[in-house]
Ligand binder design. Structure first.
Ligand code: DI6
Ligand code: FE
Length: 408
């Protein structure tokens, strides 16, 4: 019986990102054969069964260019209204991110704009940003709520996320981040706000099936470890995965707390202590590094990369796309910053935006590497070597994207 594939991308340098003896899991002059949205075969082009290309429904001669897994952006706050260019100017004149937040700006400024926007307006504005990400080779995106901070507005954001999931050619996962900041109306009553998150918002979110995971911001300008822990306990009662914004601006111990509660990922981590790293390693928690926020806030303290490497903590890279600390829509630019600012190797950076990003979303069995049986999520780039993706600063080398077998 002769096999007829739906599509074949051939003559490509295929960085499968499957961890093995070759750097980048590279198959030189390779071919990827796709059947019903799934990768069916990866191997050298010359070993394709005779006549495969002639019989395939769709073929692409990649002319020696690079093919990678579709990129995975595992941490975004893509849904919001307005922008914070004014705060950017204030920070350039010396105000700190925390000063601005304590004065009622920061997250709360975006909350006011997001509360006043209609669901349709939010959808339209977010779609433009989503397309920016996807143009840059992304096929999987995590989206958080967290700019509503009252039940109706959080639900509004999550519905926009679900609409995006249905109308975008990408795998979208949705995270409920009700515990992002204490809204003004709860000033001085953070515990009462956590009651609202756990007792009213979360049950509604679960009832409407609006989220895959729950996140919380553990920080001086947000919530204490005790408050975050209440959110994790409530999430577990509802059977939802957890994640945590931790050790971004100071060390409160959120990362270790989250890891002990079985969180899939802990994110930011500039202030993580070396002694915390072993706990993440034992728990199998992914460290999500966000060099865009580090850059925009002109942070100087580096996450303990070498210790994470030594302990084998999986490291993912994401945009943290948000209007305050990381107005970023290019994940390939984050590969560059992960190398130049955090000292990752180009291979670690690319793994961070593919395989390890997928791991941070518990999707690594479906996407994040090019392997038989996984979704055919692929990106074709106008470069030959995978290190060029980290090397280039700005611009967009992405030439074609396939999501679950369909060309975008
Ligand atoms: N850390 C971040 O980087 C985003 N949220 C968070 O907890 C930024 C949120 C914002 O400034 O709008
Ligand atoms: Fe974030």
């Amino acid at each position: 019986m002769q096999i007829t594939w739906d599509s074949i991308w051939y003559n490509a340098n295929v960085a499968t990102m499957v961890p093995d003896t070759h750097a980048y899991g590279m198959v030189e002059n390779g071919a990827v054969c796709v059947q019903q949205g799934i990768v069916d075969r990866v191997g050298p082009t010359h070993s394709l069964p005779e006549g495969s290309l002639a019989r395939a429904k769709e073929i692409k001669d990649c002319s020696g260019r690079l093919v990678t897994p579709g990129l995975v952006d595992c941490h975004t706050h893509l849904i919001y209204a307005g922008n914070r260019a004014g705060e950017f100017e204030m920070r350039l004149k010396g105000a700190s991110y925390q000063d601005i937040a304590r004065a009622g700006g920061g997250v709360m400024s975006t909350v006011r704009a997001t509360r006043s926007a209609s669901e349709d307006q939010l959808f339209e504005q977010t779609l433009l940003r989503m397309n920016g990400l996807l143009d840059n080779g992304v096929t999987t995106v995590e989206i958080k709520s967290g700019y509503g901070l009252d039940t109706a507005s959080e639900i509004k954001m999550l519905r926009v996320a679900k609409r995006l999931a249905h109308s975008t050619p990408a795998n979208i996962t949705v995270t409920f981040l009700g515990a992002h900041a204490v809204p003004t109306e709860y000033n001085g009553r953070a515990d009462a706000y956590i009651d609202l998150v756990c007792e009213e918002m979360l049950p509604r979110v679960v009832e409407e099936g609006l989220a895959d995971a729950v996140d919380a911001f553990c920080e001086g300008i947000a919530f204490s470890p005790q408050q975050v822990e209440r959110v994790f306990v409530a999430a577990a009662e509802h059977g939802l995965e957890t994640k945590c914004h931790a050790e971004q601006l100071s060390h409160l111990g959120g990362a270790v707390l989250a890891a002990r509660h079985g969180a899939i990922s802990v994110d930011h981590l500039e202030y993580l202590h070396e002694r915390d790293v072993a706990v993440l390693a034992d728990a199998g928690t992914v460290a999500v590094l966000l060099p865009g926020a580090f850059y925009v806030l002109r942070e100087t303290r580096l996450p303990p990369i070498e210790a994470m490497r030594r302990h084998g903590v999986p490291m993912a890279i994401a945009t943290d796309s948000n209007p305050g600390s990381s107005p970023v829509l290019s994940l390939t630019l984050m590969l560059n910053m992960a190398c130049t600012l955090f000292g990752l190797t180009p291979e670690e950076a690319l793994a961070g935006a593919t395989r390890e990003g997928a791991r941070a979303l518990r999707m690594v069995d479906e996407t994040g590497t090019i392997e038989r049986g996984k979704w055919a999520d692929l990106a074709l780039w106008n470069v030959r070597e995978p290190s060029e993706l980290s090397y280039q600063v700005g611009g967009n080398p992405c030439q074609a994207v396939m999501h679950r077998g369909r060309l975008r």
